[in-house]
Design a protein around this ligand. Structure first.
Ligand SMILES: [Zn+2]
Ligand SMILES: [Zn+2]
Length: 369
């Protein structure tokens, strides 16, 4: 049993409060990780606010980076001392997992998002002997230590700083993967990235590493559009008050864009993206509106080979993609640093409020202060 400090959310809408909790010793297939950095993602705040069901009181956090302290029986993937990124988990046995698409695991929603416990119904986190919601994305990394599922753990060489590794776990993997794994743009094509938060900017970075001809970044904040231009966008569009589909068609000389990443999660934006597509073009739907939101499309718009593709976590196989992303950072080819603002873990509530208010793009908690 390990006692550690965690940021607990007591009930929907309650703040993050630092408390001592107890962690089980690692069971078979589990890893005890000492956290060094963790990113805050919108999904953490959506759940803390009660918009997605999760057993509370509980511990959130799904962009962890740290050092392995102990491994459970049978774990061979990592050893104590290894630097690791903690990402989403998956079952490893369903058809999607076996075909290399663990982000489409049939157990994805309960295991990562809403379950709050292991597959056997127990939680690795408790407080005064009472189980808390844990195991969020196989990790619950808003704590100084985590009992992580082995399948959430990705070993990384130890020469990339933890604050740059943490965002690879969700937002950077999602944005780059949507471009590389789902859209796969051919040489000379055009791509529009709508929404320039962490995921959208990662999609811009990802697109800049492909042979596309044009990368159009669309957003509403001048500072983020300027950053998009610095990291690879060839053109930016401030979408405030504009007919977005028309603006995108105009930006491509009337031809329409070949590829769109919709990273806003807004049905009107998605519709504009579909309406802006060239024949045989594709939209990757990355942003998530509330459950039940629908989009109507003129079917004739789709007939010339246009496609709308949902994407979760960039359709990533984390064991392959995350080490690659880390190597790109080390080689100076993936500029994650300008997205980041660091806070001490003990300041998590202020960090969450700043992030919610849009004061920074990628909020990283540091545990060494
Ligand atoms: Zn699976
Ligand atoms: Zn996330």
């Amino acid at each position: 049993m390990t006692t550690t400090q965690a940021a607990v959310v007591e009930s929907p809408g309650a703040p993050f409060t630092l408390q001592d909790v107890e962690l089980d010793p690692p069971r078979p297939g589990e890893v005890l990780v000492r956290m060094e950095a963790a990113g805050i993602c919108h999904t953490d705040l959506t759940i803390a606010a009660g918009h997605i069901p999760f057993p509370l009181p509980g511990v959130l956090g799904h962009e962890g980076a740290g050092v392995v302290e102990e491994v459970g029986p049978g774990v061979t993937k990592v050893a104590p001392g290894d630097h690791v990124v903690l990402t989403f988990t998956s079952c490893g046995a369903c058809a999607s997992c076996r075909l290399g698409h663990p982000a489409y695991c049939t157990t994805w929603i309960p295991q990562n998002l809403i379950g709050g416990k292991r597959a056997d119904g127990t939680s690795p986190i408790s407080r005064n002997g009472v189980a808390l919601g844990g195991r969020f994305f196989g990790q619950s990394s808003f704590a100084r230590h985590s009992i992580a599922d082995e399948r959430s753990v990705v070993k990384i060489a130890d020469d990339v700083p933890f604050e740059l590794l943490a965002p690879l776990a969700c937002s950077v993997q999602t944005g780059t993967g949507a471009v590389w794994n789902t859209l796969r743009p051919e040489p000379g094509t055009s791509i529009a990235v709508i929404g320039v938060g962490a995921v959208g900017l990662a999609a811009v970075m990802g697109a800049a590493l492909t042979p596309v001809n044009e990368i159009i970044a669309v957003g509403r904040r001048a500072s983020q559009l300027e950053l998009a231009a610095k990291i690879g966008a060839t053109r930016t569009i401030d979408s405030t008050g504009v007919d977005l589909a028309a603006a995108l068609r105009e930006a491509t000389g009337g031809a329409g864009v070949d590829y769109v990443v919709e990273a806003v999660g807004n049905p009107d934006v998605l519709k504009a993206g579909i309406d802006a597509l060239a024949p045989r073009g594709a939209v990757a739907v990355v942003g998530a509106p509330p459950y039940g939101v629908e989009v109507s499309v003129d079917v004739h718009r789709l007939l010339p080979g246009r496609r709308v593709l949902g994407v979760c976590e960039g359709d990533s196989d984390p064991d392959r993609l995350i080490p690659l992303l880390a190597r790109l950072i080390r080689g100076g080819r993936l500029p994650v640093q300008p997205l980041i603002k660091e806070y001490a873990f003990t300041d998590i509530q202020r960090a969450a409020e700043d992030f919610r208010a849009g004061r920074n793009i990628k909020t990283i908690l540091r545990f060494d202060t």
